[in-house]
Design a protein around this ligand. Structure first.
Ligand code: NAD
Ligand code: TYD
Length: 349
C-alpha cells in the first residue's frame, strides 16, 4: 500500500485515521485524501499534517459520486489501496433528507467499486468502513456478530447496508480484494458537534439545554476513535480478504448515563457558578422516529484472528475527549460560527 486513497478524510474518523497512519512506522506510503467537503468536513483538522508531511499527504476536493474525476485521481496518483470512509453519517439528517444518503453512501460506493473493478492489476485492497446500525436493534440481551442478519431501520442504516452488500458482491462476483468493518458508535477528538457526545459537551460547557431523546435508556456501545483506527489498520494489513469484522468498544452505556458522566466531569474540571450543576440542564425531548433501542458488538473474531482489543475504557476515553474539546476551543468556535464553511468557500470556491 504505497498510494492509499482515503475517502472522507476531512470528517471525524477519516481525519483521525490520516493522523494515525502518518504516525506509524509500519506504513511508509502516501495518503491521497479525497473529500468533497460537506458540512461535516473540516480540512483545518489536518493543517498540521499538511505541513508535517508534504511528500506523504495530498488533499483533493472531489465528490466520490463523480466517476470521471475519481478515475482521473485514481490514475494520477497510482492508487493501489482504498480505505473508504466518505458518507453521510448522521441518522437524524437521514430521517429529514434521505436523498443525499442514497447518493453518497450507495452511488458513491458503487462508483469506487467500479474504479476498483477495472484496475485488478493495481488494486491490492478495498476496505469499506461501515456501521453496526446495519444489524438493526437489539433487545436487552445478545450481541451483533459478523453473521447477524441485516435489519437496518433508518435511511442511514439502510444506505450503509446497501453499500456493504455491494462491496461483498464485488468480491464474490469479480474477486475484488475487499475487507469490511462494522463498528459501534465512535467518539473522540474532531467529531462534528451534531452527534451525542460532542453536542452534550459543548452545550453543557455553555450552560445550554442537554437534549436526551425519549427516556434516555437507549444503549450504545462506545468505541474510542483511535481504537477504531487501530482496528481498521489491523484488518487492512492482516485481515482475510473477503471477510467482515465487527469492531466494538465493549462499553455499553444508556444515553442518560453518558450525558450524566459528561455533566459530572465538566462540573469537576470546568465548574461555573452561573451554570451550576449541569445535570439540571438535562432535557428529555421527543424521541427519534424508529429509534434503535440497543446496539452491542461482539468483537471476538477481531480479537481471535488479529489480536485487537481496545486500549481505552469509556472512563479514560470520555475524559480524553472532554479535555480535547476544552483544549481546542478555536476548532470548536470555527465550527460553531460557520467560519470553517466560509474558509472552504474562500479556498475551494
Ligand atoms: P463524518 O460525517 O464526520 O465525515 C464524513 C466525511 O465524508 C466528511 O468529511 C464529508 O465531507 C465526506 N463526504 C461526504 N459525502 C462525500 C462525497 N460524496 N464525496 C466525498 N466526500 C464526501 O463521518 P464519520 O463519523 O467520520 O464516519 C466515517 C465513516 O464511518 C462513515 O462511512 C460512517 O458510516 C462510518 N461509521 C461512523 C460511526 C460514528 O460513530 N461516527 C460509527 C460507525 C460507522
Ligand atoms: P448519535 O450520536 O446521533 O449516533 P447514532 O444515532 O448513530 O447512534 O446518537 C447516539 C444516541 O444518542 C442515539 O441513541 C440518539 C441519542 N441522542 C440524544 O439522545 N440526543 C441528541 O441530541 C442526539 C444527537 C442523540
Amino acid at each position: 500500500m504505497q498510494n492509499l486513497l482515503i475517502t472522507g478524510g476531512c470528517g471525524f474518523i477519516g481525519s483521525n485515521f490520516v493522523r494515525f497512519m502518518l504516525g506509524r512506522d509500519d506504513f511508509t506510503g502516501r495518503i491521497i485524501n479525497v473529500d468533497c467537503l460537506t458540512y461535516a468536513a473540516n480540512p483545518k483538522s489536518l493543517t498540521d499534517i499538511e505541513n508535517d508531511f508534504p511528500d506523504r499527504y495530498v488533499f483533493i476536493r472531489a465528490d466520490i459520486c463523480d466517476g470521471p474525476q475519481m478515475a482521473e485521481i485514481f490514475d494520477r496518483y497510482g492508487v493501489d489501496a482504498i480505505c473508504h470512509f466518505a458518507a453521510e453519517s448522521h441518522v437524524d439528517r437521514s430521517i429529514v433528507d434521505p436523498g443525499a444518503f442514497i447518493q453518497t453512501n450507495i452511488v458513491g460506493t458503487f462508483n469506487l467499486l467500479e474504479l476498483a473493478r477495472f484496475h485488478p492489476d493495481r488494486l491490492t485492497l478495498f476496505h469499506h468502513v461501515s456501521t453496526d446500525e446495519v444489524f438493526g436493534s437489539l433487545s436487552a440481551e445478545g450481541y451483533f456478530t459478523e453473521t447477524t442478519a441485516y435489519r437496518p431501520n433508518s435511511p442511514y442504516a439502510a444506505s450503509k447496508a446497501a453499500s456493504d452488500h455491494l462491496v461483498r458482491a464485488y468480491h464474490k462476483t469479480y474477486g475484488l480484494p475487499i475487507t469490511i468493518s462494522n463498528c459501534s458508535n465512535n467518539y473522540g477528538p474532531y467529531q462534528f458537534p451534531e452527534k451525542l457526545i460532542p453536542l452534550i459537551i459543548l452545550n453543557a460547557l455553555e450552560g445550554k439545554a442537554l437534549p436526551v431523546y425519549g427516556d434516555g435508556k437507549n444503549v450504545r456501545d462506545w468505541l474510542y476513535v483511535t481504537d477504531h483506527c487501530d482496528a481498521i489498520w489491523k484488518i487492512m494489513r492482516d485481515g482475510q480478504r473477503g471477510a467482515t469484522y465487527n469492531i466494538g468498544g465493549n462499553t455499553e452505556k444508556p444515553n442518560i448515563e453518558v450525558v450524566e458522566t459528561i455533566c459530572d466531569i465538566l462540573d469537576e474540571t470546568a465548574a461555573d457558578k452561573d451554570i451550576g450543576p449541569r445535570r439540571e440542564l438535562i432535557d428529555f425531548v421527543t424521541d427519534r422516529p424508529g429509534h434503535d433501542r440497543r446496539y452491542a458488538i461482539d468483537a471476538t473474531k477481531l480479537k481471535r484472528e488479529l489480536g485487537w482489543v481496545p486500549a481505552e475504557s469509556f472512563e479514560t476515553g470520555i475524559r480524553n475527549t472532554i479535555a480535547w474539546y476544552l483544549d481546542n476551543m478555536q476548532w470548536v468556535q470555527r465550527v460553531q460560527s460557520g467560519e470553517y464553511q466560509t474558509w472552504i468557500k474562500q479556498h475551494y470556491g
